[in-house]
Design a protein around this ligand. Structure first.
Ligand code: 4AD
Ligand code: MG
Length: 462
């Protein structure tokens, strides 16, 4: 018999029909005569109740049905008289696919801490919390593709292995097949990368933007959605060494168009997920963060505040607040500053623009004041920076000058400069940290809890 999906059975129960479900046992209770099994198959946060009339079965065999076991049940779908569920299954036939020794199964008891669950990341998708988070992660990914597709953007695949450092931050993972114990050396005593796989020094990408720009200069509007890697030693609840980034890049966009796109995009995908994942979001709201749904609605209903970095610094200076990191014009904003503006001063998402050029990347469009660049960061409550982007410097000479000022080698970026020689055009784009948006939508407070297998300093076991 074909397997029924539990979410479907609970949504449209055809009472009185035979069904077949397969899933993992969450709990088993009852007495000598009757057993109640709560079964979950991952399709919904809700379990379906299986009622077993024990004397009709081989009771010795059924002893294998404990928390964590995987079973198949054929039976009759009937209206439930119990509270909190609409339908239950009266079992006719049960097969145990796999037992889970109660003495050894790590998820035997309920209510484990998130810290403990991180240590058993290979099993945590079996919990209500992580089932909800990973279903939301799926729907959010889908919503993002759906949004850009409807807007006429093309999904552009940029390389994971690159020879360039897009952000110029230098925190990259090297990709090499050279023997670590016995690296070939040049006459000058340096590592001889010409003998490496690609014949040059390569690393994992920190951003697909530079290649994305090439796509935009031909296809008009493109976006990337892929993993990015940063070897920065930031052990914070908001940083991963491997995270997913969405980077739209659009020809003929200025920074205002860019901001409008970012705001519309965020609102549309949040609203899609709120609609699709009602049960899961409600669960997370009730369990972890009772202001979650309110916060999500608030972001949908309010226009984001736009202000310049200079205005932001003035507000922070006048706030009278003692920050851990000092505030002055030229300082890179820390999460505490961003959150003060968003959560206390404006009480609204903020898009900050026109940053000092010294704290932003080389590719941002230079303003006429000679001091600032047309960058824009979207700052969210509880998160801080969720999006970073800019209008790009489209002028060859200005871009080259800036690269020289920063002592950047043209050797690995000559092809990027070429775009400014052949049919250059104004263009802009941004990068959204997928897990930062996941934090916002799920209300989870640690980024390690919104990706199945987090990669952080000293942690990559599974
Ligand atoms: O601000 P960032 O560094 O910007 C770029 O990489 C640009 N190339 C984007 C562009 O204009 N196309 O990173 C963009 C976003 C940040 O706002 C943040 O949400 C996220 O990526 N991010 C991280 N998320 C998790 N862990 C990390 N270590 C992150 N670093 C950045
Ligand atoms: Mg940034």
């Amino acid at each position: 018999m074909k397997r029924n999906i539990i979410a479907e059975l609970l949504k449209n129960p055809a009472f009185g029909t035979p069904v077949c479900v397969k899933g993992w046992v969450r709990t088993r209770r009852g007495n000598k005569n009757i057993a109640f099994i709560a079964l979950n198959d991952g399709s919904t946060i809700h379990n379906i109740q299986i009622v077993v009339d024990l004397p009709q079965f081989d009771e010795e065999y059924l002893k294998g049905i404990t928390t964590g076991a995987c079973i198949r049940v054929n039976g009759m779908l009937v209206e439930s008289l119990g509270q909190g569920q609409s339908a239950e299954i009266h079992a006719k036939e049960i097969e145990i696919y796999g037992t889970a020794d109660p003495g050894a199964y790590p998820l035997q008891k309920k209510d484990h801490s998130l810290e403990f669950l991180r240590e058993i990341a290979y099993l945590r998708p079996r919990t209500n919390t992580f089932g909800a988070v990973f279903r939301i992660r799926h729907h959010l990914s889908y919503a993002i593709h759906d949004y850009f597709n409807k807007q006429g953007f093309y999904y552009f695949h940029t390389p994971i292995i690159t020879a360039s450092d897009a952000e110029g931050a230098g925190s990259m993972f090297r990709v090499t097949i050279l023997d670590a114990e016995n690296t070939p050396k040049t006459a000058a005593g340096k590592v001889d990368y010409s003998q490496d796989f690609f014949g040059r020094h390569t690393n994992l990408t920190v951003s697909g933007q530079l290649e994305g720009e090439l796509g935009a200069m031909a296809l008009g509007g493109v976006y990337t959605f892929g993993p990015t890697f940063r070897a920065e030693n930031s052990n914070t609840p908001r940083h991963l060494a491997e995270f997913w980034m969405i980077e739209p890049e659009v020809a003929f966009f200025d920074n205002n168009d860019n901001m409008t796109l970012a705001e519309d995009f965020l609102k549309q995908v949040i609203s899609y997920v709120m609609e699709r994942c009602k049960d899961d979001i409600e669960f997370l709201n009730n369990r972890y963060d009772t202001e979650l749904i309110e916060r999500l609605k608030f972001v949908l209903e309010n226009k984001f505040i736009r202000l310049t970095y200079t205005e932001g610094i003035e507000i922070l200076e006048k706030s009278g607040r003692k920050f851990e990191f000092p505030v002055y014009w030229g300082a890179d904003l820390q999460s505490e500053h961003e959150r003060y503006l968003v959560e206390e001063h404006f009480r609204c998402p903020v898009i900050m623009t026109d940053y000092p050029k010294e704290i932003k990347s080389f590719y941002m469009k230079q303003n006429d004041d000679g001091k600032t660049v047309r960058g824009m960061d979207v700052l969210f409550p509880k998160i801080g920076e969720i999006i970073g982007g800019s209008e790009r410097e489209a002028d060859y000479d200005k871009l080259l000058n800036r690269m020289n000022e920063l002592n950047m080698s043209q050797e690995s970026l000559w092809w990027y400069l070429e775009t400014r020689k052949f049919g250059t055009a104004p263009h802009a784009g941004f990068g959204l940290g997928f897990e930062r948006l996941m934090l916002f939508i799920t209300g989870m407070s640690n980024i390690r809890d919104v990706i199945p297998f987090p990669r952080t300093p000293k942690s990559a076991e599974f």
